[in-house]
Write a protein that binds this ligand. Sequence first.
Ligand code: SF4
Length: 306
Amino acid sequence: MQVMRADELGMCFGVRDALAALAQVDDPAAVTIHGELVHNPEVLGWLHRRGFPQSPEHARAVPATPFVMVTAHGISERERQRLQQAGKQLLDTTCPLVKKAHAAAQQLQQDGRRVVVLGKPGHVEVRGLVEDLREPLVLAGLADVVTWPDARLGVVAQTTTPVDLVERLLAAIRAANPHADVAYVDTVCAPTKARIQALERLLPQVDALVVVGGRDSNNTRQLVARGEAAGVRTCHVAHVRELDAVWFAGVKVVGLTAGTSTLPRTVDEVHGFLLRLAAAGAGAADGDGDGGCGGQRDGAGERRPA
Ligand code: SF4
């Protein structure tokens, strides 16, 4: 078996910078992380062990600590003011590319357009975007596209939305609203695009794919969906412990990619597992590869190839 690693994968600068800011905090008990920092169980476990309180994603109560960390996903101006008026000092790690999406949405609204956000309803980043807007629309898929009475629409996207989905939604919006002037500002972030493009280059060369990242991570799930849509047997794991050598029976070339919130160490551990499996001659044997993939392990340790 051969192992091919995508040339762009894993943690983006936005998440890396947020984690670096947290590493500088001397007194974690004084800083509440407002909503989930990243959708990655390993990172969340590290934060918990360090003693950072974390407010649930949909919490409305003001955190009790004097400091509140705004995550890379950002928050609305309304929420920012609510926290500041309650006397909280904000440690703001909003990704600059999320700020760019906020600015684009505000500008479209100022131009007299009803703002349409392409993204996952209820996602923390989408909530931050829409809370400052008048009657925004949030579209997760083609089934959400209808004809609206508005003469001017302004479209932005959650930063981790796949470009091909954006294009399909945009075309559907224009087709269903021929009376409307529809403006679009591209707010899909460069790291998300780079990871999808690298995966597109990889897919024709592999017959199996391992995607590393949290199960609630939007962009990780998009990578999984892309692999499956291409007809490549795809395995989604959050950690190396979930991998099973049996799944790779018969695989000749396995590709590796990871979502933007996945730690480099986690990617390297999975890569090491695959390389050891390849070195042991695994994958070449015939098999149906139905040994299962992802979520079967109990954390007792990495399963080594035979
Ligand atoms: S995924 Fe994109 S927008 Fe989100 S934190 Fe990373 S770089 Fe920023």
